[in-house]
Design a protein around this ligand. Structure first.
Ligand SMILES: Cc1cc2nc3c(=O)[nH]c(=O)nc-3n(C[C@H](O)[C@H](O)[C@H](O)COP(=O)(O)OP(=O)(O)OC[C@H]3O[C@@H](n4cnc5c(N)ncnc54)[C@H](O)[C@@H]3O)c2cc1C
Length: 471
């Protein structure tokens, strides 16, 4: 064993548990410290409030999780999750019109977050190599400005604070991480931080789907169409238990439905197409509306910090959180865990682990932040040279032209889907192969409405929308 003697992971969310699992392959022992008492099955809990909203696990994240924990995707599917082939199994309205349903090149897993978290958590804890200390609030770090040697943990039941010593401490406490307090207490200056905040908000309800609809009808994603200010979005994801998880969202300045009786009307009046409203009009709502406003892109750069203490690594949302519209946070958490695994396998240091985690979140960070800077009202406090400067207007126009072609051309769409699913890096969009497709590939006619088949419309008892291709 070349890894740490004892590693402690702060936070038992997806990033924390996957990181703990990766560490357990190399460390003498691993403890996860989690504030919540974790549910015994798929259940909501206070520490992961976003779990109420629609979540999609892109193929890259699913593959990385399967490599760490073989068979996870199959277990999710067996428990009722859906595998959505992109672009065949989803109808999507983009800012440049309806997407053709080309044969799938990538996929995403959709289910409720409680199910996904439960399947992953159960497998990791059952293996017995990770010790969970729950109902325990991390209140600070131990050590000094040179080296972190553990964490101070308050047992919530007994109201007693003790020290957990470790030669490696991994912070995975998410968007609300206490690092901004804990580091100054040790005399460590805060790392550089970039924020790109389009002011995204969410409102979600679960519905009982009509019989057969979670398998016989595609997922629906109505994006920001027409492009304007503020933008409104809506998704209908088929999830386990024959239910539809419906999340409506907006960028800064947009409204969210506050009450149950406003939900459908909001979907009808604000989204670029009535399909979401039509689907839920006759579906039975199962939950109240849950709202949140936690969608800023925010990234720390500990790997660049010259005085970063030894023995401390930051992963998951604590390291980089993204506008959830792009569905990248869980994949980024998995990529961080895989990065720790790789570095430890090669006998690397904590600093090397931090560099690898920084590299693992860079693609999702760039994809989300570079798109969001185009939204009116987006607040930018970032030094990343790719996000500021005179080239930005040109970069945004190129991105628009890519989407415009991608909805109509299968080759371009395939590359874009590889990038969006994190299966290829954004640099692929500048490759000569891709630029040649952009110039030469033939396009199909534009679609005037969602491309739905008669048998799909039958399942949800909707009349046909205007979907005749327009020249
Ligand atoms: C509305 C919304 C929708 C999203 N949709 C998607 C999506 O479609 N696809 C996708 O991939 N990602 C999505 N995400 C992102 C995704 O939820 C996160 O990236 C993912 O949960 C990984 O987060 P994490 O484990 O780093 O942090 P969290 O999920 O925030 O977990 C942090 C954990 O740390 C614990 N904790 C916090 N503070 C302390 C403390 N002081 N002491 C002890 N424990 C503590 C918490 O209780 C929690 O268990 C979405 C996010 C939001 C907000």
């Amino acid at each position: 064993m070349s890894g740490p003697t004892h590693a402690v992971v702060l936070g038992g969310g997806l990033a924390g548990l996957l990181a703990a699992h990766a560490l357990s392959r190399h460390a003498g022992s691993v403890t996860v410290v989690e504030r919540d008492v974790l549910p015994r099955g798929p259940g909501h809990r206070r520490g992961v409030p976003q779990a109420h909203h629609a979540h999609l696990l892109w193929s890259n994240g699913a593959r990385v999780i399967d490599a760490l924990l073989p068979g996870t995707t199959d277990r999710l599917l067996a428990a009722g999750a859906r595998r959505i082939g992109f672009q065949a199994d989803q109808v999507t309205l983009t800012a440049q019109g309806w997407q053709h349903r080309f044969p799938p090149t990538q996929f995403a897993i959709v289910c409720t977050r409680p199910l996904l978290d439960w399947v992953v958590r159960e497998r990791i804890l059952r293996a017995g190599r990770v010790t969970l200390r729950q109902g325990a609030d991390v209140v600070g770090l131990c050590g000094d400005h040179r080296r972190v040697t553990g964490a101070r943990v308050r047992d919530l039941d007994r109201d007693e604070t003790t020290t957990v010593e470790a030669d490696l401490v991994v912070d995975a406490t998410g968007r609300a991480s206490g690092l901004r307090h804990w580091l100054p207490e040790l005399g460590v200056p805060l790392p550089d931080r970039d924020v790109v905040d389009a002011g995204v908000g969410y409102a979600t309800r679960l519905f009982a789907a009509p019989p057969g609809a979670t398998t016989g009808f595609p997922a629906v994603n109505v994006g920001a169409y027409p492009a304007g200010e503020p933008c409104h979005f809506g998704v209908v994801y088929p999830v386990e238990g024959d239910r539809w998880l419906v999340t409506l969202s907006c960028t800064r300045g947009g409204a969210l439905p506050a009450h149950e009786d406003e939900f459908e009307a909001f979907a009808r009046s604000r989204l670029g197409h009535p399909i979401v409203a039509d689907l839920i009009a006759s579906a039975e709502p199962l939950t109240p509306v849950v709202r949140s406003r936690s969608g800023a892109n925010r990234r720390l750069y500990p790997e660049r910090h010259e005085a970063w203490p030894d023995g401390l690594v930051v992963v998951g949302d604590s390291l980089a959180a993204f506008n959830p519209v792009y569905g990248h946070g869980m994949s980024a958490a998995a990529r961080c865990a895989a990065a720790l695994d790789r570095v430890l396998a090669a006998g690397g240091t904590a600093r090397r682990m931090q560099e690898a985690a920084g590299a693992a979140v860079d693609d999702p960070w760039f994809l989300a932040a570079s798109k969001d800077i185009g939204y009116v009202g987006c607040r930018i406090d970032a030094a990343d040279p790719r996000l500021v400067g005179e080239h930005i207007g040109q970069q945004l126009r190129f991105a628009e032209s890519i989407v415009e072609k991608s909805v109509l051309a299968p080759g371009v769409c395939g590359v874009v889907t590889d990038v969006v699913s994190l299966s290829a890096g954004p640099a692929e969009l500048g490759s000569s192969r891709f630029l040649s497709l952009m110039h030469r590939e033939e396009t199909l006619p534009r679609l005037a409405g969602p491309p739905l088949r008669p048998e799909e419309l039958d399942v949800v008892r909707l009349p046909a929308y205007e979907s005749v291709p327009t020249a």
